[in-house]
Design a protein around this ligand. Structure first.
Ligand SMILES: [Zn+2]
Ligand SMILES: [Zn+2]
Length: 281
């Protein structure tokens, strides 16, 4: 069995992208997103079966734009040494180390570093970011996915919006797209690849998301589990990896094919009795 490679994940930048993407979703909906509004036919193959580059990656990719971020900072901050620090931090996070000189801010008397010798050096770093922007953006999208994928409540709401889009468009779609659909215009059931089942099981920490029963088989011998569509196929849900969760036998039977229940309960690193900390002194 092949091993999942350990990778450097740029959490700091990824979390910031995740936050922007989630806020945008709740403020503007999914049609505001360039990819999701780019046409229904593009979505169909993506949602028909589990792909490693999920629909959520496509959504998040729209918010990963390092060139734009650098440009906005360049135009809005006074002291350009802050921009250099930002670029250096992001490049380090994505494991890029350009062979470039560093601006000598300590020895420079210009407080903003716009009209001094520092600027041409910084410009080289900015150019480097632009030349590598695709790679940086993909790396940050990958990082943002790691955190958003944990948020089942968001995944539920996100896929519910997609299901509305599917329902609306399913009736008058092309013949080619129809092959992925059942007669009732929902996506066909598909094979679940092992990598995806493992990822969802790991994300849900081996517990039924509904009743919290342990399904690892470690504490509970009858630990069989089901990979469940958060938004069921019958309700125009899809087969993207971000639309799955794990349920025990009982909860899976109870949920049936027509409800969209999920649960944001998870296992924290440790517990906190929040009331104790919120008491005013
Ligand atoms: Zn300077
Ligand atoms: Zn259960």
């Amino acid at each position: 069995m092949s091993k999942v490679k350990h990778q450097n994940i740029s959490y700091s930048s990824g979390i910031s992208i995740a936050a922007t993407a989630i806020n945008s979703f709740y403020f503007h909906g999914i049609d505001y997103n360039a990819f999701l509004s780019s046409g229904f036919s593009k979505l169909i193959p993506l949602l028909s079966k589990p792909n490693e580059y999920t629909v959520l990656h496509h959504y998040l990719r729209d918010f990963s734009n390092i060139s734009e971020e650098v440009d906005v900072m360049y135009k809005n901050i006074d002291d350009l040494s802050e921009l250099f620090d930002f670029i250096k931090r992001v490049l380090k996070e994505v494991e890029l180390s350009p062979n470039l000189n560093q601006p000598n801010y300590d020895e420079c008397e210009d407080e903003f570093h716009r009209d001094c010798n520092c600027y041409p050096v910084l410009k080289q770093w900015m150019d480097y970011v632009n030349e590598n922007s695709k790679l940086i953006d993909e790396s940050l999208t990958h990082a943002a996915f790691q955190v958003v994928f944990l948020d089942r409540k968001f995944l539920h709401d996100f896929h519910y919006e997609i299901s509305k889009k599917i329902k609306k468009n399913a009736i008058d779609m092309d013949k080619d797209d129809k092959i992925n659909f059942t007669q009732k215009n929902g996506f066909k059931r598909c094979h679940f690849p092992v990598w995806m089942k493992k990822a969802v099981f790991y994300r849900d920490k081996g517990c039924c998301v509904s009743c919290r029963r342990d399904l690892t088989g470690y504490f509970n011998v009858s630990g069989t589990y089901h990979v469940d569509h958060i938004i069921p196929l019958k309700l125009y849900g899809n087969n993207d990896p971000s639309n799955f969760q794990i349920l025990c036998d009982t909860c899976n039977t109870q949920k049936g094919a027509r409800t969209t229940v999920t649960n944001n309960v998870s296992v924290p690193f440790w517990n906190l009795e929040l009331e104790e900390y919120s008491k005013t002194e």
